[in-house]
Design a protein around this ligand. Structure first.
Ligand SMILES: O=P(O)(O)OC[C@H]1O[C@](O)(CO)[C@@H](O)[C@@H]1O
Length: 250
């Protein structure tokens, strides 16, 4: 894994956006894996600003989001559909039919999961997957204990994750208890992974990841096995990481 150190959230967002833009500019066809949560908001802001100023086009881009809450309608302000429209899709020229987010209100959620993996395969897989890191090491909504072999599936969210995400809802009780998430195997099949980590609150999770031990109790640890991962992390996030370890990390 390659670790790029940046000063703060603003620098992380700029660096990540520039890395994405490089691929958008130089590919004839590109499939992006996208994330939600607090981490990528700044990155998306840069992409929107660039689209306005430089007219970067996303007509050739297809996207697949990592996850969606079960039971939330796409029009619900807390759904990841709503988030993606607000934070990115409504402000760039990506064709709507080329954007994919699991349907959290599908009648048959299991079928929805299978279809989602199938659609990713039909697009020849994800070229670049953007990831955030959960406090407990989750990637997508793959909670501790998830098998590394999983494809897209339904998960029960841990109390810790629901508490962490409660800041986006009116109350903890409103946070859905289940979600559809790309599986760990689905994520690992991406050709390239860009993991963004910012802030002191993520420092112990990042330290555990960079430490290199692979264990299902810490889902993100599987990234140590991927051949093309770049972590963009700020100083606060890196404060518990042994400098020797990450400057040596490839
Ligand atoms: O970026 P945040 O809000 O810290 O969340 C970390 C991760 O947890 C999730 O909210 C759960 O999927 C992801 O969307 C995100 O990448």
């Amino acid at each position: 894994m390659k670790v790029i150190t940046v000063n703060d959230y603003a620098d992380m967002s700029k660096k990540a956006a520039n890395m994405i833009l490089e691929r958008v500019h130089y590919s004839k066809k590109l499939t992006l894996g996208l994330a939600t949560g607090g981490t990528p908001v700044g990155t998306y802001e840069h992409l929107i600003k660039d689209h306005k100023e430089n007219k970067t086009s996303y007509q050739h881009v297809t996207s697949f989001n990592l996850d969606e809450y079960v039971g939330l309608d796409p029009s619900d302000r807390n759904s990841y559909h709503y988030y993606m429209n607000e934070h990115l899709f409504n402000h760039i020229d990506i064709p709507e039919q080329q954007t994919h987010i699991p349907n959290g209100i599908a009648e048959n959620v299991q079928q929805e999961c299978n279809d989602y993996d199938q659609k990713i395969m039909e697009c020849d897989g994800i070229d670049l997957q953007l990831l955030g890191l959960g406090h407990n090491g989750h990637i997508g909504f793959n909670e501790p204990g998830t098998s590394f072999e999983t494809t897209t599936h339904v998960v029960s969210l841990t109390k810790a994750t629901r508490e962490a995400n409660a800041r986006f809802f009116n109350s903890f009780d409103e946070v859905p208890t289940q979600a559809i998430t790309m599986g760990i195997q689905t994520i690992m099949k991406s050709k390239e992974i860009l993991l963004l980590v910012s802030g002191k609150k993520k420092s112990s999770a990042l330290a555990r990841l960079v430490n290199g031990e692979m264990d299902t109790t810490f889902p993100a640890s599987i990234l140590n096995k991927h051949a093309n991962v770049t972590i963009v992390a700020d100083h606060d996030a890196l404060q518990e990481v042994d400098e020797k370890l990450y400057s040596m990390t490839k």
